[in-house]
Design a protein around this ligand. Structure first.
Ligand code: ZN
Length: 369
C-alpha cells in the first residue's frame, strides 16, 4: 500500500557505538573488559541466558575472575519489571560498588535485562519508573551485548522491553542510555539454536521490517535498514540450509539492521497484537509474532503470503487455536493490551485506528489465531 510519508518525530538517532563482527570474535571479550578494569576491586557482571547453564562451553574461553558474577537469566518468561528489580537488588546487596562492566549473553530477553539493570544501577528507583520515553537521567554502567539468537534486534535498539504485570504495560526504557556501548556479533554463537526457535526469532526481524515499511511514519534511513534486513532474511529462509555458517552470519546482520530500522521508525499492527498474547497468555515475543502474522492477511497480504511460504519451505510448526474459548475477562485484557500501543497502530492505520480496530474486530482477529 502506498502512503504519504509523515515525519517520524525521531530527531537524533543513536546507534551502538562499536561492534565487532565475525565468527570466533567472542575471544575479543577479555580485551574489551580489561580496558574497563581500572581498580583491583573492579568486577564484571555477566547476564547469561539460562539456556547455556547446562552448556557451559560457551563461556569456557572467557576469563572470569573470582570477583565477577555470572547470573543465569531465567528466560522461561518474558522479562518483568519485578524480575529486573530483583536482579538489581541482588547486585546492590552484594557489593558497595557498581560493576565496571555488564555483559549480556543471550537472546533478546537476556540482552534487554542487561540493559535495564545497567540503567537501574546508576539511576534510583524501580524499573517501572523508567518505562517510557527518555526518563533515564544518568548513563548506565558500560555494557557489552553478545547475541546468541538472531532476530529481535535487541542488540541494536534504545529500548529494553519489560512487562509490568500490575499495570499490564509491556514497554521498555526508551533512552539513549539504553543503547549498548559495544557489541560482539559472533555467528558461531547461534550454532546450537533449536530449529523452530531460529525461525521464530529470525522472523521477528522480518516482521519489524515489513511493519516499518508499511507505515506512515518513515524516513529513507529506516527504509534502507529495513530493505537490507529483509533481503538477508529472504536469502536465509529461502535456502534449504537456513542454519549454515553463511546464513547464520547473514541472519545476525539482518537482526542488527532490523533493530536499527526500528530505532528510527515504528512497528505496525502485528506487534501490538503479539504484545497482547505475551501479556495475557504469556506467549514468548517471537512465537507470538508468528502466531499473529498468520491472522493479518487483510492488512499485510503479500507479506503474509511470503511468510507462509517460508513456514512451509522450512517445515516449521506454529501453534493454532490458542485464543479459542477464553474467558470474557481474558478477551477484554487482550483488547486492552493491544489497543494501548497507539503509536504503532497509528503508524499502520492512521489516527482513527480505533474506528478500524473496534473491540469486536480485535477479538475477531484474536479468534483467528
Ligand atoms: Zn519484535
Amino acid at each position: 500500500m502506498i502512503k504519504a510519508l509523515k515525519n517520524t518525530g525521531i530527531g537524533n538517532s543513536k546507534n551502538v557505538l562499536r561492534y565487532i563482527f565475525g565468527p570466533g570474535t567472542l575471544k575479543e571479550l577479555d580485551g574489551l573488559i580489561s580496558k574497563q578494569t581500572k581498580l583491583e576491586t573492579d568486577y564484571t557482571v555477566f547476564f547469561v541466558d539460562s539456556f547455556f547453564e547446562k552448556d557451559s562451553a560457551l563461556l569456557q574461553g572467557v576469563q572470569i575472575s573470582s570477583r565477577d558474577r555470572v547470573i543465569y537469566v531465567d528466560t522461561g518468561n518474558e522479562p518483568t519489571t519485578d524480575y529486573v528489580d530483583q536482579l538489581t537488588q541482588s547486585l546492590s546487596q552484594n557489593s558497595d560498588t557498581i560493576p565496571c562492566a555488564i555483559v549480556g549473553v543471550g537472546g533478546g530477553a537476556t540482552l534487554d535485562i542487561a540493559k535495564a539493570v545497567a540503567n537501574l544501577l546508576t539511576n534510583q528507583g524501580k524499573a517501572e519508573d523508567y518505562q517510557g520515553w527518555d526518563l533515564v537521567k544518568n548513563p548506565g554502567v558500560y555494557k557489552i551485548g553478545i547475541p546468541t539468537l538472531s532476530g529481535t534486534g535487541a542488540e541494536a535498539t534504545r529500548t529494553c522491553v519489560m512487562t509490568n504485570p500490575k499495570s499490564g504495560l509491556k514497554l521498555g526504557m526508551n533512552s539513549d542510555h539504553t543503547v549498548f556501548d559495544q557489541l560482539i556479533l559472533d555467528p558461531d554463537l547461534t550454532a546450537t539454536v533449536p530449529r523452530n526457535q531460529y525461525f521464530y526469532s529470525g522472523m521477528d526481524s522480518y516482521i519489524h521490517c515489513i511493519e516499518s515499511l508499511s507505515g506512515h511514519y518513515r524516513n529513507a534511513i529506516g527504509d534502507a535498514f529495513s530493505d537490507q534486513s529483509l533481503k538477508l532474511c529472504r536469502e536465509v529462509f529461502q535456502d534449504s540450509s537456513a542454519q549454515s555458517d553463511g546464513n547464520r552470519a547473514k541472519l545476525m546482520v539482518a537482526s542488527y539492521l532490523g533493530g536499527c530500522a526500528i530505532a528510527t521508525s515504528y512497528v505496525g499492527i502485528i506487534h501490538p497484537f503479539s504484545a497482547g498474547l505475551s501479556v495475557v497468555l504469556g506467549v514468548h515475543h517471537c512465537l507470538a509474532n508468528c502466531i499473529t502474522i498468520k491472522a493479518m492477511a487483510e492488512f499485510y497480504p503479500r507479506e503474509v503470503e511470503e511468510f507462509l511460504k517460508f513456514v512451509d519451505f522450512q517445515s516449521i510448526q506454529i501453534p493454532e487455536g490458542i485464543c479459542k474459548n477464553l474467558s470474557s475477562d481474558q478477551y477484554e485484557r487482550l483488547y486492552q493490551s493491544t489497543i494501548i500501543h497507539e503509536k504503532p497502530l497509528m503508524n499502520a492505520l492512521g489516527e482513527d485506528f480505533k474506528n478500524i480496530l473496534t473491540q469486536e474486530k480485535v477479538i475477531e482477529i484474536f479468534n483467528r489465531m
